[in-house]
Design a protein around this ligand. Sequence first.
Ligand code: GLV
Ligand code: MN
Ligand code: MN
Length: 402
Amino acid sequence: MKLEIDQQRLLSELETLATFSDAEPPAVTRIVFTPTDLKARAWLIARCEEAGLAVRQDAIGNIFARWSGADKAAPAVGTGSHIDAIPNAGKYDGVVGVLGGLEAIRALRRSGFRPKNSIELLVFATEEPTRFSIGCLGSRLLSGTDRDGESVDEVRRKAGLNGNLQDVKLAKGYYKAFLELHIEQGPLLERAQISLGIVTSIAAPASLHISIEGAGGHAGGVLMPDRRDALCAAAELILAIENAARSSAAADTVATVGECDVFPGAVNSIPSRVRMTLDIRDTDQARRDGVMKAIERTSQRISSKRKVSIQWELVNADAPADCAAEVRAALADSCRADGFPFLEMVSRAYHDSLFISRIAPMGMLFIPCRSGYSHRPDEYAAPEDIARGALVLAESLAKLSA
Ligand code: GLV
Ligand code: MN
Ligand code: MN
């Protein structure tokens, strides 16, 4: 079997998909189910159909594009990622795994390979937490993991998705294996000058909404000892969060306050209310939870010292996921057969594969991204790395579906 990745077409599709954006290039903003995202999804569905794949969507908007195998009743081998993008993002996060997956399937078809198991491209709906506060909503529902989806009901119906959310869950054994190709979103591959990473596990993510209520007032009239400034309390808490993550027993603990809304937001008004988010992750779930507890204790001290109320709402606190030995072996064998060195590594970003691991043996393949940059407009992956990733993906799909 001679597999050839059409690098030129893959890159030109990547550029085209980046034009479906609500930001000025090179930034990409593609929030799920916005008119722009719906156009991107329609474009992608057309590309899948053009490739001869049978396309269906479920009630939350996960897109399945299937190449039927000789044994139609056997579980499929899946691959895929997401195309939604956070505000002011780049063009590679998720997209490399979707278009790389599509090109891998096309390359297999061109080669004359006939799979025994069906091969399916899965485009996960709403991987990014921008719109619905929680990440990986599509894969959470596929794997039957929490969340009733009520808050998304109206939005997805407006996007033309009217099925029953209860039906999104995949039957056990639906996938024989699932592989996701993705940019690393960190600098380790580039530093090691190695072009491929085989993921061993995905770190445990958690996120919270924090709401601080103090007292507003006139910026000139209220003297400093009388103040209950919600933003000053937030500032102290943000630094305490940074300190808690920095002083954790391992460098694997990371914490980020990425959103901070100040009310009423006027130059001459004392902030009475702040709403902010906390994203905290670790490869070790117990250590992450310990750091979260320590932050909560500090927040209680700040609350009583500054006489403000601080409320926490846990959005998600997920367990880490291990990649399956057989999927890692298929990826490693493909790399070895091609003479491509690879690094075994942890994924510090989360991915839909975290949830898919609950219903199927899962593996992930990383390619480098320049300086480790991701979730920013200058995110970049080299064409030859993208093509190499798609090739190893295609070879591994072939091994797992033969
Ligand atoms: C996914 O985008 C993440 O935040 O890890
Ligand atoms: Mn992302
Ligand atoms: Mn991603």
